[in-house]
Ligand binder design. Structure first.
Ligand SMILES: NC(=O)c1ccc[n+]([C@@H]2O[C@H](COP(=O)([O-])OP(=O)(O)OC[C@H]3O[C@@H](n4cnc5c(N)ncnc54)[C@H](O)[C@@H]3O)[C@@H](O)[C@H]2O)c1
Length: 91
């Protein structure tokens, strides 16, 4: 995966949670954020999403995957812990 310098919009270690990150849109967002140098946590229940969508960056040490349902409060609390922004694409 090509690494790009972090965009100046967010501090270098900004941490994003992408819900639905194994889906079409979410996985592209995850990949773009990782290419920009940010940390990314993905929350997805894999109901329509695919782990294949994560393959190109799942080995990145700034990426973390949580399999879970956004309708579960405790799962959301765990997924959101320590993150700066939530990008919601689970649907
Ligand atoms: N693809 C498009 O062109 C497009 C255009 C406009 C709007 N949208 C909307 O954007 C959203 C995402 O679209 P997409 O094409 O990436 O769909 P997608 O099905 O590929 O991705 C949705 C992801 O959400 C996950 N998900 C669903 N329910 C979940 C739950 N309860 N908990 C955790 N994860 C859950 C699925 O497993 C999947 O990975 C949808 O709301 C869609 O209607 C998509």
């Amino acid at each position: 995966m090509t690494e790009y310098a972090a965009m100046p919009v967010f501090p270098e270690h900004t941490h994003f949670l992408v819900t639905g990150g194994a889906g079409f849109i979410g996985s592209n967002i995850c990949e773009s954020l990782l290419k920009m140098g940010y940390r990314v946590r993905c929350l997805d229940d894999l109901s329509t999403g695919k782990t294949e969508n994560l393959e190109s960056f799942s080995g990145c040490d700034r990426f973390e995957f949580i399999k879970g349902d956004i309708r579960d409060f405790d799962t959301c609390m765990r997924a959101a812990e320590g993150v700066d922004y939530v990008l919601h694409h689970a649907a």
